[in-house]
Design a protein around this ligand. Structure first.
Ligand code: AMP
Ligand code: FE
Ligand code: FE
Ligand code: ZN
Length: 301
């Protein structure tokens, strides 16, 4: 008897919701990232560049010519004293006017800060100018990793990490603060554009106890947070379990991604992180359900 079932290949199982492109500090273009995702293969992906949606928009333009499902994405650095608080946004409208305005302000402050960092480095006797850094960035948002890259090229330091440790880290001799949105503003901006707001890699908040992290997450939920990035290369089983527990406890979604940057973080691979990351597609279904669940009133901060 002939088997009439059409022999379609099974859909890939895994996803990656945290990827950087050349629009910020990644080394691959959105097109190259899609190619890499097809190779894994991944079922879905989101480009989440620092403070810009350009990479995400470019990836979405290719969505008809790939089997990889592409979600809009962004990573916004929020103001947080004792560590790095990054808020991820997914499934927002790229053409949202308020989002565009907010990002413009943030990008302007970033550009000014970059010039001040270069000035500090020059004051420290280092021969570096902005044009080289801008060239290293390939035309996207310029960040400290690009400055670090030029310092390596120049032989001032041996590695990107050494550039951060010696000069660019928060509080380092060439560090300059920039304007950051408050966590509440970042969440409100993402949600105002119809997106889902997720706390990125809670590990970088540098909290010392579970109670401390629990309190921060509760506070963020109070201003509209909807998810926690749980699956992440450096989290390991213990922290992954902790973040998952806290997310469930607060009724928040769980998400995950590799934080792929390409050459700048060569040990991290799209989809699989440092090797053992496996993020199931059902998290995308959860995200879509939350995004589509209507305009939850975002409390005023
Ligand atoms: P910026 O957005 O310009 O403040 O730069 C922050 C970015 O620098 C982070 O998102 C990371 O991608 C990168 N970064 C921070 N610390 C380090 C480090 N020690 N080594 C390499 N990259 C780093
Ligand atoms: Fe980065
Ligand atoms: Fe981040
Ligand atoms: Zn990131």
């Amino acid at each position: 008897m002939t088997d009439l079932r059409v022999n379609t290949p099974p859909k890939p199982l895994y996803i990656d919701l945290h990827i950087h492109s050349t629009a910020s500090d990644g080394s691959l273009s959105p097109r190259e990232i899609i190619k890499a995702a097809e190779k894994v293969p991944l079922r879905a992906m989101a480009i989440t560049d620092h403070d810009t949606i350009d990479g995400s928009a470019e990836a979405l333009q290719h969505s008809k010519s790939t089997d990889v499902e592409i979600l809009s994405g962004i990573e916004i650095s929020a103001d947080f004293e004792s560590g790095a608080m990054h808020l991820l946004g997914y499934l927002f409208r790229l053409d949202d006017v308020r989002l565009g305005q907010v990002l413009e302000v943030v990008q302007k402050s970033r550009a000014e800060r970059n010039l001040q960092i270069i000035q500090r480095l020059q004051d420290l006797g280092i021969d570096i100018d902005y044009d080289e850094v801008s060239e290293a960035s390939g035309g996207g948002q310029v960040g400290r990793p690009h400055i670090a890259g030029v310092l390596v090229q120049r032989g001032v330091v041996q590695s990107i990490d050494e550039a951060f440790v010696t000069f660019l880290r928060k509080g380092g001799p060439a560090y300059v603060e920039r304007y950051r949105l408050s966590p509440a503003e970042a969440i409100k901006t993402i949600r105002g554009a119809g997106g889902v707001a997720v706390l990125g890699h809670p590990s970088t908040l540098n909290t010392k106890t579970e109670a401390e992290l629990d309190k921060i997450i509760a506070g963020l939920k109070g201003v509209g947070l909807q998810g926690v990035e749980t699956y992440y290369p450096s989290h390991g089983p213990v922290r992954t379990a902790l973040y998952e527990r806290l997310a469930r406890h607060h009724g928040l979604l769980v998400t995950g991604g590799s934080d792929f940057h390409g050459a700048a973080k060569s040990w991290v691979h799209i989809g699989f992180g440092s090797g053992d990351l496996r993020i199931p597609y059902r998290l995308v279904e959860d995200l879509k359900q939350t995004a589509g669940s209507g305009p939850d009133p975002v409390p005023h901060a």
